[in-house]
Design a protein around this ligand. Sequence first.
Ligand code: SAM
Length: 272
Amino acid sequence: MQRAKKSLGQNFLTDRNIARKIVEALSIAPEDRVLEIGPGPGALTGYLQAAHPACLVLAEKDHYWAAERQKALHAGGVRGGVLLTDALTLAWERFTAPWKFIGNLPYNVASPLMWDCLSRAPGLTRAVFMIQKEVGERITAAPGGKAYGALSVWLRSFCAPKLEFIVPPQVFNPRPKVDSAVLSFVPLPEEQRPTALQAAALSAFLHRVFQQRRKQLGTIVKGMGPQALELLEQAGISSALRPEVLTPEQFLTVSQKFSCLLGQSGAAVPQR
Ligand code: SAM
């Protein structure tokens, strides 16, 4: 086996029971198409193959592991293939048919990956990801606390996240310094999810306000334009509040009020 590469967040799972539990959390049915992000040496892949989904696609950035997985997939007779790619560059909008996503995500790109794939893939029906416990806590945090931030609001505008279980460092090689967490995500019904336009405004607004999370909203939005305080009032939000107390629903409402201002300032570019 080649050495683990720190630059690719390679902490390989060595506990078969935990690998099986992670795959079980995806609830694979025979008709499912499954995408695994970062299969590496295949701790999860073996169980995914054994579940016999209709199609299994593996996205791996490391040449060596992509080639290894290609051989194993071929031998296992499951329909699908290996993409030698940076998963951050995947065109998530093209996942229009029903898909399930899974991965023991590389810690260094887990947040931007989840930001994109959970918000942009129209056909997503369920996802299960292992990530750093601290990131899992941020995603599931209630409004008002320190852990609650842009990632919490963004992901919960598109999905319902659930903490499945915690995984200790000793079941990885090499061992990470911190605990990991396995989370499942179920997309919200279509009519509750922001449209592409709404999402652009929400993303830009979140980026702006959480850069200054310790300030009051009135102070933060003042710099966005002369009518900003009035827009805040129209959205029914007190200017004395700090960003971290607003719910995802309130963020969606207020960001739509600000969409014209965000556009004018050139900030309506999706941000993480
Ligand atoms: N699934 C294996 C396991 O559970 O042991 C490996 C998990 S390891 C934490 C993360 C994997 O993601 C590695 O195989 C690494 O090469 C791959 N990886 C890292 N960055 C990636 C990226 N941007 N796109 C796709 N794969 C990536």
